[in-house]
Design a binder for this molecule. Structure first.
Ligand code: TEU
Length: 569
């Protein structure tokens, strides 16, 4: 029942470098800024730092478009500075995990520059080049090799005028997909990964890694997907999500890169659309693929039929059904990763909590408790530990994210009402996660002395790290206690999981048990006082952690957004 892996009782902290801290006044976060704030992470007590991409990049998708896998973007610093950061992280007893973005490169990566240079270039086959649809002229509307819709709107194919062929890009047109069918591509990726591990990094977060195997037939053809209503495109996901060779590719990577040192590392595959059944295979240690995956089910529960920008209210019972299934499904084999936030998701306190002055701290600590008491490895995204909220965007000009901007352009072009589209962005844009980290109450929140690349949330006068660290009742100190609980109470990391009250729309409740020790977790995910029916034997149990001052009069009584962890032995 106990998971022997070191990461089973670890907590990971994600840094999005461009928004974390700026050390040179250019308005963009950098390695120097991270170096200056390691105390914050140490005080929080986290075990691992995951760094979003800092490699040289044209920054079309904020670094997820890489033009050199073995360097540091000058905007972020130097390789020497990176080594210094790694040493400092290690000195503080933490580990450092890098972002690995190998489904695609930048179109400015030398591999792609060569590949596009001519049809008979040796690297031509490193990417997905295809002619126009039979019988159609290149460039003609609908002549793309398949009908797939890009994650970032528009078609997944871009015509290269010089050769008259199209290249595949599941994301932006500046992010051409690598052809993993070609063994040279895989060998080059493996060599690059070994280079970072030899430098001392402790693992990888693998960007959209379940998209690398494409379903290509013996004649080299890729196939159309079912039409997406209201668009000229189709849904190609059946051709690239969890594709036919994905397990083979990950096992090969494990053999070639991790073998012999995997016990020290952490690997997590980011996998949009991954099912529980697939996740069991990906994370079964006996199969040698990855330690855990990021699944997307719980962050899709508030998406409407039109996708993420067509949001609706989350039903707590749906969240319980989803998390409950993943807890049960990965109980005997594999491992869960637990997250509310990352650089692609709106802020959880605004999304599933209540970011008003009255309940911001309470609901942020309630949601944190709910998540962190599950079985799995929790991930904290920068600012989540402060209860940072969504930004009050008012016009489309304020957004910087390529996904948001492309979506807006396409939706309006297809006739949608611009105010309605804007409303979707205001709820769900990735830019909510990307506004600068709020360090203090000064101008620009201590993030930069210059002009921040994305505006600082005006609430930084109240919501900031300096104020939070000085206040024992803050979200920061609650998260610190959650991390500490995982380190000191073995049932938190290793106990089994039993959902209680699955049909309750307001209270999220469960137990965790390890040997003789049992925990009861109660979270009132509502702004009303509620009373719940509990199993017998919890009256008078020890209160390990709560987010409301003062002992509860009665275990079964929960104040608005109250969360408590009880223990009995
Ligand atoms: O994201 C992959 C992904 O599928 C989504 O989370 C995506 O961000 C999109 O918003 C879905 O609506 C990863 C990275 O985390 C993201 O930042 C990159 O833009 C993307 O891959 C491409 O590298």
């Amino acid at each position: 029942q106990r998971n022997p892996a070191w990461w089973s009782d670890a907590v990971v902290y994600q840094i999005y470098p461009r928004s974390f801290a700026d050390s040179d006044g250019d308005g963009l976060g950098d390695l120097g800024g991270i170096l200056a704030h390691l105390d914050h992470l140490e005080a929080l007590g986290v075990d691992v730092v995951w760094l979003s991409p800092v490699y040289p990049s044209p920054q079309d998708d904020n670094g997820y478009d890489i033009s050199d896998y073995q360097g540091i973007d000058p905007a972020f610093g130097t390789l020497e500075q990176f080594d210094e950061l790694l040493a400092q992280v290690h000195r503080r007893g933490m580990k450092l995990v890098m972002d690995l973005v190998v489904n695609h490169t930048s179109d400015e990566h030398p591999w792609f520059v060569e590949s596009r240079s001519s049809k008979d270039n040796p690297k031509r086959d490193w990417y997905w080049w295809r002619p126009a649809r039979p019988g159609m002229e290149p460039g003609q509307p609908g002549a793309e090799p398949t009908n797939w819709h890009s994650f970032f709107s528009g078609p997944t194919w871009e015509l290269d005028e010089a050769s008259g062929e199209y290249y595949l890009h599941l994301f932006a047109r500046k992010q051409p997909d690598l052809n993993w069918e070609n063994p040279e591509v895989r060998r080059a990726v493996h060599a690059m990964m070994r280079w970072w591990l030899d430098r001392g990094v402790d693992g990888f977060r693998m960007d959209v890694i379940n998209l690398v195997s494409k379903d290509v037939d013996a004649d080299g053809n890729l196939h159309d997907g079912p039409p997406l209503p209201g668009t000229p495109y189709g849904d190609g996901s059946a051709s690239y999500m969890n594709g036919p060779r994905i397990h083979e590719f990950l096992q090969e990577m494990h053999r070639e890169v991790f073998a012999g040192r995997d016990a020290q590392l952490l690997t997590v595959g980011e996998m949009p659309g991954v099912t529980l059944e697939e996740a069991r295979l990906f994370t079964d240690p006996a199969r040698g693929e990855v330690d855990m995956v990021f699944q997307f089910e719980h962050v899709s529960l508030d998406h409407g039929p039109g996708g993420r920008f067509d949001p609706h209210h989350l039903r707590l019972t749906d969240l319980k059904a989803s998390f409950g299934r993943w807890q049960a499904g990965l109980a005997d084999v594999g491992w869960n990763s637990l997250y509310w936030n990352n650089h692609d998701q709106p802020r959880v306190v605004s999304r599933f909590g209540d970011d008003s002055g009255e309940f911001r701290v309470r609901s942020a600590t309630c949601l944190g408790t709910l998540l962190h008491l599950h079985r799995g490895t929790p991930y904290v995204y920068q600012g989540e530990e402060l209860g940072m909220t969504n930004y009050p965007f008012t016009s489309v000009e304020e957004f910087r994210d390529i996904e948001s901007l492309n979506h807006y352009r396409q939706a309006v072009q297809q006739g949608a009402d611009s105010q309605a589209v804007l409303a979707g962005l205001r709820e769900q844009s990735r830019d909510h996660a990307r506004t600068p980290m709020q360090w203090d109450a000064t101008e620009h929140a201590g993030f930069t002395t210059g002009t921040p690349w994305l505006p600082v949330n005006p609430n930084h006068d109240v919501v900031n790290a300096e104020a939070a660290r000085a206040d024992e009742g803050s979200v920061f100190h609650h998260y610190r206690r959650l991390v500490d609980l995982r380190h000191t109470v073995p049932a938190v990391a290793h106990g089994d999981f039993t959902m209680l009250l699955p049909d309750d729309e307001r209270v999220y409740a469960f137990t965790r048990r390890l040997d003789e020790e049992e925990l009861l977790v109660l979270c009132n995910v509502s702004g009303e006082q509620v009373r719940v029916e509990l199993p017998d034997g919890w009256a008078g149990s020890e209160l390990l952690l709560g987010n409301v001052a003062g002992d509860p009069a009665d275990v079964a009584e929960l104040r608005p957004w109250e969360a408590r962890v009880h223990r009995r032995t």
